[in-house]
Write a protein that binds this ligand. Structure first.
Ligand code: ADP
Ligand code: MG
Length: 483
């Protein structure tokens, strides 16, 4: 258990997340207007989205399908009957004066997510529900010093609100939860998970308690848009609450905002209760009834999801939980790895992908589908190590050249003459020279200092420009030094 040390004893932090995930769909939830991100303000707004009097919402079947697909991907119950409700509140970028959402009867019920934690540990977090709702528009405060502009392009875009149980106990777990949920959504193709563009946003509920006690009063931090900020907000909020209680105060249930520039949360308003919204079934929409066969058809079409893929990678490729977890996080990475590992030593391939390849991608700010080194050319490089043509060290250099030039490994090795020297005569000659020049080290070795062998290997590698076969070098060295 992750406990926090306070002045008066230990505390446990309790976290529940509400994730708003924008549905991948060409049209909005109740209108045919397009949903492309970054369009000119107010160019993707139908009369329904602008809430013109008398306009009627018409449900977009594809958004419903996406929500069902997501529910199935989270191993959750699909409710064959669900109901759309009006959630009433005023906001300048909410022209209807209410949001069409779902309250007592959501489309998806209980499910779960398995978190991948550090060291390959896992932990299950309950999903309470998933419901469909409309997104609001955007208020633009930075166009004019004296006025706020409204952009309704986002008004009416379909959101899935995915609510977790208060099952997380640390900022690290909350981070792992968002990463895993994002990964599942991307595998399913139901949300692009782009937090910078706001397609995935988190409301973070945090409370603290003494271990074993009842749940404490929570504060909700609204609309946090990066994993790092979620984690910072939790750390800050937990210690703020602990300080208040330890000073004899009480936590007020409230909605707070995270300020990334200061790393702090600030009170925004006292938290409303659900009855404040005066929810009632939207009279413009019939209850949503799904056909069980249709749901079964969606279930049958789900791709292999990260959890199953991870288990398969561990079983088939003998990878540890950590490596498997990293490789399956993105579908494209998993596909790339599988293509490299086909018929090769999987552990070595995993090391190349998560090591040199990831480092190069990070440095270049590229995704794996844009890597200048393809899976088959990386595979060919690994083959050159396996068949003894080049050493591991040289292979790293070759990889860098492949990355820069897009040439294949064999061509680079031939052009630069990087073939490993396995010719014993040539290696022996180098070794003789080095032994003759370093009587001190020879004496040390003979005196029982085994470690000097490493120094000798290093000298031979230096003399051969790293091209000598280390295994051969070792063998010959040992033989000669024993003489
Ligand atoms: P609301 O929509 O009013 O925020 P919900 O009942 O939907 O209320 O709950 C929101 C979130 O708060 C859920 O993710 C839940 O797990 C979390 N939560 C509830 N109680 C606590 C608590 N005491 N501490 C931390 N999180 C909590
Ligand atoms: Mg909430």
């Amino acid at each position: 258990m992750t406990l926090i040390q306070g002045r008066t004893g230990e505390w446990e932090c309790v976290i529940g997340l509400e994730i708003h995930a924008q549905v991948i769909s060409k049209a909005k939830l109740f209108s045919g207007a397009p949903t492309d991100f970054g369009a000119e303000p107010n160019t993707q707004v139908s009369f329904v989205d602008a809430a013109m009097p008398g306009m009627l919402p018409v449900i977009n079947g594809f958004c419903v399908e996406q929500a069902v697909r997501t529910g199935l991907g989270l191993g959750a119950e699909i409710n064959l009957v669900s109901v759309f409700d009006r959630k009433n509140y005023f906001y300048p970028d909410l022209p209807q004066g209410y949001q069409i959402s779902q309250f007592p009867r959501p489309i998806v019920g209980k499910g779960s997510i398995t978190l991948d934690l550090e060291g390959g540990e896992t932990r299950t977090v309950g999903i309470t529900r998933l419901h469909l709702e409309q997104d609001a528009g955007k208020s633009l405060h930075d166009r004019d010093p004296g006025a706020t502009y409204i952009d309704l392009n986002r008004s009416g875009v379909a959101l899935m609100e995915i609510v977790s149980e208060p099952d997380m106990r640390s900022a690290a777990e909350a981070g792992a939860y968002i990463r895993k949920l994002r990964s599942i959504l991307r595998y399913l193709g139901t949300c692009d998970g782009n937090m910078e563009e706001g397609s995935l946003r988190a409301d973070v509920n945090v409370s603290v308690r003494r271990p074993g006690e009842e749940l404490g009063t929570r504060c909700e931090i609204k609309n946090v848009n990066s994993v790092r900020f979620v984690q910072q907000a939790i750390e800050y909020e937990a210690s703020r609450q602990i300080d208040i209680i330890e000073d004899g105060g009480e936590i007020a249930q409230e909605t707070r905002l995270f300020d990334p520039s200061r790393g702090e949360t600030r009170a925004m308003r006292t938290k409303e209760e659900s009855h404040d919204y005066r929810y009632f079934p939207d009279p413009d929409l019939l209850p949503l009834e799904l056909d069980a066969d249709w749901v079964a058809g969606i279930k049958a079409s789900l791709p292999e999801l990260p959890e199953a893929k991870k288990a398969r990678f561990m079983a088939d490729f003998d990878l540890n939980a950590y490596d498997a977890g990293v490789l399956v996080a993105e579908r494209e990475t998993a596909e790339y790895f599988e293509a490299v590992a086909e018929g090769r030593d999987a552990k070595a391939c995993a090391n190349w992908v998560t090591g040199d390849l990831f480092a190069a991608l990070n440095k270049a700010g590229l995704g794996i589908t844009d890597a200048p080194v393809t899976a088959s050319s990386l595979g060919a490089l690994i083959d050159l190590i396996d068949d003894g043509t080049i050493s591991r060290r040289i292979a790293k250099e070759v990889f860098e050249t492949m990355w820069r030039t897009g040439n294949d490994a064999a061509a680079i090795v031939a052009e630069k003459g990087l073939e490993q020297i396995s010719d014993t005569a040539a290696i022996e000659a180098e070794i003789d020279t080095i032994i003759a020049a370093n009587p001190g080290q020879v004496a040390e070795f003979k005196g029982g200092n085994e470690k000097v062998i490493g120094w000798f290997v290093g000298q031979v590698m230096k003399a051969t420009g790293g091209k000598a076969n280390p295994k051969t070098v070792n063998e010959i060295l040992r033989k000669k030094l024993a003489d």
